[in-house]
Design a protein around this ligand. Structure first.
Ligand SMILES: [Zn+2]
Ligand SMILES: [Zn+2]
Length: 262
């Protein structure tokens, strides 16, 4: 099984490590293929680097590729971005054509959070609609669909508390009927479902159901610091055990789907 991590943040967005540090540490950890996928989404009000322009991003890509070419591992340049409620990413062709991988994640809804409870049924129904739209729309990977839920009322909670709340929301709202719908759309579009290292999601029955429906997967720790870099043991184990179809980047948004047993 190849050691891969195609979802990593550097200090270009909200990660702690520089591009060069990530590449060096990834190599040391024995990772064979990584993608540095910083946030790039001018519409996401929560982002620190929201004002970063296209030229800045392309210079960042150059830096990633330079760091990659002086290392012995495969290093890809990509982004993680959000979408509007129709699942469109609102990014220019100039940017998209320079990405090796584009993760589109459900980071926010066009729906006021204020005054809503964590288990607001209307809110989660909109969330599911967004995922279905994203499943059949642009982007190569659907990022952490049940990992980092943009739940209302999470202010002041710790990472561990949020993890528990997210698990409860998933139990309550992201059910089998929903995943059948999502899986059918993903299988049609060829977009990968992310096995998310930082949150250890999705639940195993979800992986099995999606695999049965013919969905392919992407592997990403979503590391923002050294501690999470390459933390994909669960995904690698599942990929091998369940003979999952993995969407391997080849560069410039070309991919090869294969069952990982190397
Ligand atoms: Zn994300
Ligand atoms: Zn991320």
């Amino acid at each position: 099984m190849r050691k891969t991590d195609w979802h990593i943040h550097s200090d270009f967005s909200d990660g702690q490590l520089s591009v060069e540090e990530i590449v060096r540490k990834a190599q040391k950890l024995g990772l064979q293929s990584i993608a540095i996928t910083d946030h790039f989404d001018p519409y996401d009000r929560s982002l620190r680097n929201r004002t970063a322009g296209e030229d800045e991003l392309l210079r960042h890509f150059d830096r990633i590729r330079r760091a990659g070419s002086s290392s012995s591992i495969e290093v890809f340049a990509g982004i993680e971005t959000g979408s509007d409620m129709d699942g469109s990413m609102r990014l220019s062709e100039r940017i998209l054509s320079q990405c090796d991988i584009v993760i589109c994640s459900p980071h926010y809804l066009d729906l006021e959070k204020e005054g809503r409870s964590v288990f607001d049924a209307e809110y989660w129904s909109h969330y599911k609609t967004l995922l279905l739209k994203q499943a059949s729309n642009a982007g190569d990977v659907l990022g952490h669909p049940e990992g980092y839920l943009p739940a209302p009322g999470l202010e002041g909670t710790t990472f561990a508390q949020r993890q528990e709340i997210r698990a409860e929301i998933a139990e309550k709202f992201l059910d089998e009927a929903f995943y059948r719908q999502l899986g059918t759309l993903l299988a049609e579009s060829g977009k990968a479902f992310e096995l998310h290292g930082a949150s250890g999601t999705p639940r195993q029955w979800v992986v099995e159901l999606l695999a049965d429906l013919g969905v392919c997967f992407s592997i990403g720790s979503d590391a923002h610091d050294e501690a999470f870099l390459g933390k994909n043991d669960r995904a690698w184990r599942l990929a091998e055990e369940k003979e999952l179809k993995i969407k391997n980047p080849l560069g410039k948004r070309r991919f090869e789907i294969c069952k990982e047993s190397r």
